[in-house]
Design a protein around this ligand. Sequence first.
Ligand SMILES: Cc1ncc(COP(=O)(O)O)c(C=O)c1O
Length: 393
Amino acid sequence: MREFEEIRKDFPMLKEFTYLDSASTSLTPIPVVEAMNDYYYNYNSNTGRGNYRIAIKSTAKLEDAREKIAKFINGNHDEIVFTKNTTEAINMVANGLRFEKGDNVIVSSIEHHSNLVPWLNLNDVKTKIAKINNDYTVNPEDVFDLIDESTKLIAISHISNVFGSMQDVEEISKIAKENSVLFLVDAAQSVGYTPINVKKLNPDFMAFPGHKGLLGPVGTGFLYLKKEIADDLMIKNLGGGTVTNIEGDEFRLEDIPYKFESGTHNISGIIGLSKAIDYINNIKIENIRKYCNKLTNELYEKIHSIKKVEVYGNLNNIHHTVSFNVRGLNPYDVSKILDETSNICIRSGFHCSIPSLQSIGINSTIRASIHCYNNFKDLEKLYDGLKLISQLS
Ligand SMILES: Cc1ncc(COP(=O)(O)O)c(C=O)c1O
């Protein structure tokens, strides 16, 4: 394996910036950008349509990406539906399931809005909320207690984008199966950081970004859609690529996954994502996991050691994301000062998860999040900046 300091050179932006916002979107390594450029320079063409050679090549590349993604999560290629992000994948499920009046869906109190609003938006379907404990995780038994005969689905994020806590999705999956309830996992913050095996975890749906932990380009994501359940899902977005025949006003749908993918794909993005998975596989997910855990622990300890700084999250269960506040200062001002004085890119606000912050009685935080291209010097830089700023309060 290449050393992480070598890997860092594949991300030219790091020469100028200390990037600590990977939970929003990660940086993209040079080989991924080059794979996308290669498509545009050399075989730019639509997929699944033309029979000229470059169109056959781009189609093959797209299907190769699907195969690679499936292998990466131990699924089958026809269970992978390309989307533009995690949010679109979750919405496909929320709007595709055949709910009956009075059904309910269970989520946790620390979901990202993308795994909350699509459920809240359903007519005649109640959203039940499992509260988190002091350790920022949901107790699977609390999820169990919320299940009743009208529960259709449990939808839980694997890792919190605010507190970095990992949920016991294995146990929640078992509970869902034992009670004949569908199970959706929002993997926005876990894929690319921790191994994912859908055969073992056994979700019915799993929503993924390409642009976060996987180091793929923005505009990419995918839905894992278990084969046995796929035909039960209504398709809300139809058009080119989704039908095999039309007679009069009758049309025949394509097989899975194509019937879920209407119109032209983000072809260069998907080709980039495919390269990103090669990139991750070369480093090995286990190495990324270990290295990021070390960095995260150091990040937590360092921030925690600064007087006047309050850190949220549990050191025993924290993954690549640390939220905190400097007492007496507005988080927005802190991130702005870090940017303008030290070129540190860090997010502040409610992180598209107002309920997460409400669950601990605050309304915004500063959030540092890392990936394998960060190093201990980046953490030192943040520490130095924060120490200075904390003297302002
Ligand atoms: C837990 C979680 N779910 C969903 C999303 C939405 O992801 P995307 O931007 O890929 O739609 C995010 C984004 O930060 C997230 O952290």
